[in-house]
Design a protein around this ligand. Structure first.
Ligand code: A3P
Length: 318
């Protein structure tokens, strides 16, 4: 009898011990998963834990992004994403996912978002959707998902950016046989002020948009890159990105080939791989909006630019 009791005690202690070890292992995996994109302070559902943890049986799985390239639209976001993806420790979602800004997508939930991410092991997953920068709902939603999210914003001269944005809208409408916009009619109010409702101009009000992000993320978590510098000297901005992501400098000058016909750099993963340039809609001649309107817009944007410089403790030459 005593012997039988002893065996039961030994058996249950053994079972309890194994259970404890299993539990500990599981907790360990959750908290130290290198690309979970989630901090341990965040409440996680079981599904999210499982989906964001590398699966031991398959060589790679999907991970939530730890970095978002939030914009600005026409700032050089596609080229920057493609160039960052040259880094062996970075995996980029190829298309713009529009999770945090599109109500239909947002309602699909985090598991849907995860499924849009590329397969990876312990690389850093990055996603870019320029609409994130300007949509007022996005900062809070991103923060709720991951308060430790790293944010990259690439800006360029806001007047040139607005003209580039306008050019894109113009050609999109041309393709769809829609009426063609006239910049000065849309960009300014009757009193000659900025028309805040016209997106190609509104997107250039960097301080308005960044202010909302700074309510949720400290400046140290936001890397602001210079899109005008990036277009000419991409490596400088890529190395700033590597520093920000705490990655070794792996993107080299020979990954980036200047194409004189395109007037921009094209990218290649290795000296033997195919060189990839961005499509025709990137780096095309801008619509001529007229010097007078351009100068007027530059004048009106000055105050906004100054507010932006104050927010980021740094000045650009615009
Ligand atoms: P323009 O078409 O006005 O010249 P986005 O990808 O955010 O829409 O930005 C497009 C802008 O990226 C282009 O604007 C172009 O100036 C800039 N850019 C920077 N590096 C580039 C590259 N290597 N190839 C093409 N465009 C590049």
């Amino acid at each position: 009898m005593i012997a039988r009791c002893g065996r039961v005690v030994v058996l249950s202690t053994g079972l309890l011990g194994s259970l404890m070890i299993l539990l500990q292992l599981q907790i360990f995996t959750f908290e130290f998963s290198p690309d979970a994109g989630i901090t341990s302070t965040q409440p996680l559902t079981m599904e999210r834990r499982a989906l964001s943890t590398p699966d031991e049986e398959s060589p790679s799985s999907r991970h939530f992004p730890r970095v978002l390239l939030i914009g600005v639209r026409k700032g050089g976001t596609r080229a920057l994403l493609d160039a960052l993806a040259l880094h062996p420790r970075i995996k980029a979602a190829r298309r713009e996912v529009h999770y945090f800004d599109d109500e239909d997508n947002y309602e699909k939930g985090e598991e849907w978002y995860l499924q849009q991410m590329p397969l990876s092991r312990d690389e850093i997953t990055i996603e870019k959707t320029p609409a994130y920068f300007t949509n007022p709902l996005v900062p809070e939603r991103v923060h709720r998902m991951n308060p430790a999210m790293k944010i990259i914003l690439i800006v360029r001269d806001p007047v040139t950016r607005a003209v580039s944005d306008f050019t894109q809208v113009y050609y999109n409408r041309l393709e769809l046989n829609k009426s063609l916009p006239i910049f000065s009619d849309l960009a300014f109010t009757k009193d000659g002020e900025i028309n805040m409702t016209y997106k190609p101009v509104r997107n250039s009000l960097y301080s308005t948009h960044l202010e909302r992000w700074l309510k949720y993320f400290p400046l140290g978590q936001i890397l602001v890159l210079d899109g005008d510098v990036f277009a000419k000297d991409p490596l400088s901005q890529l190395q700033l990105s590597e520093n920000f992501l705490e990655l070794p400098h792996k993107i080299r000058a020979d990954h980036l080939l200047f194409n004189p016909t395109k007037g921009f750099h094209c990218f290649r993963k290795s000296p033997t791989s195919k060189v990839k340039c961005l499509g025709r809609s990137k780096g095309r001649p801008h619509r001529n909006i007229g010097d007078k309107h351009q100068q007027h817009l530059a004048q009106l944007l000055k105050l906004h630019n100054r507010a932006f410089f104050q927010m980021i403790n740094r000045a650009f030459d615009w």
